[in-house]
Design a protein around this ligand. Sequence first.
Ligand SMILES: [Zn+2]
Length: 425
Amino acid sequence: MSIIIKNATIITQNDQREIIKGDIRIDGNSISEIGEKIESNNPEYLIDATGKIAIPGLINAHTHVGMTIFRGYGEDLPLHRWLEEKIWPIEARQTAKDAGIAARLSFCEMIKSGTTSFAEMCLHDTHGIFSAANEVGMRGIISRGIMDFNHPQWIPKIMREIESSLQYSGDTLLPSVSAHAPYTCSEELLLKTKELAKRKKLKYQIHVSETRKEIFEILNKTGKYPYEYLDSIGLMDSDSIFAHGGWLTKKEMVLAASRNLNVASCPISNMKLATGGICQISELDKAGATVTLGTDGAASNNSLNMFETMKMAALLQKHHYWKADVISNQRILDFATINGAKALGVNGGSLSKGKLADIVLLERGPNMFPEHDIVANIIYAAGPQNVSDVIINGKVVMQERKILTVNEGEVIRAADELAKEILSR
Ligand SMILES: [Zn+2]
């Protein structure tokens, strides 16, 4: 399939961060040409992007797409009560098939809000999510997020379940390995899961330093802060994505940078669950860690909108440090594109020759004028209402706001019915 996008304002996110007015040619799954004027040469698909902005597809580096049917279930609770009283009991009633139905809803929401790639941690067998992602045409890494609550006798069964989840893959999808968190998993399980990820050359995902409570639990248990502890047992490297990082010491941030760690900050979920600490992404970035952004699940966010996440990430830093220039808008966009691609191991995140064709077109609505600073408009003013067309892996998955790969109405109906039915189980 060849596609030409004509007359767009292109936020390339290339090494020079160029913004050009021009065309993009896609052949197969990657960008073959980009420039001010590309000869049309009869592409199979011609998109007139006059008046539109082309950006790299946004990358959600931490989410739980199988949990979207719990949006609005368990409101106004702090994290540990929210998990123990509401989420874990209802998740236990959910099946892998249900997670797939929820994931279809998540992917429709993601596409309509400009997200093309995601890093998933799912409590269940991941088959349902893989098939949903394949059907919708998303790019992602998908893991089973397990925990043993310090019951070592559970570990052989858990490891068999994780190994079996590694059989699933797709053109744009790879399995990944997860452990839920150092406070819900024994050291033996943490070691075994990371060893498996290393052996299979897969990305590793884990929640770390989300609440102050868990910092003291890990300190009491190990005498070390969570990043120091996880580093001492070999979990911290450039193939790991540590979600949250809301309670890091300066020493931990330097350590993260020295290990080229990927940190996925989820500012909206943290604020909503009132975790108190903030992920100091400006300091982590300056130290040299790879900062990425995630929504976390729609059960705690309550949306999967990365525009909202970019805006909140920027605002929280400025507000926290009392310093308006503590982080630039450009850097925030980098976190959601280039850095996200690095964390997920994807040859994307920028619009340049040879990169994977994951492209989002934004319509300039009234919220996008005037255009004194186009990147600021993207971070602070843009939203799903501006997303008109989405291309993932060289395939048009949404055209003029219509998702082409699945029937959006049916996806919504199925998820809504399931959300009601699961309460009566
Ligand atoms: Zn999470």
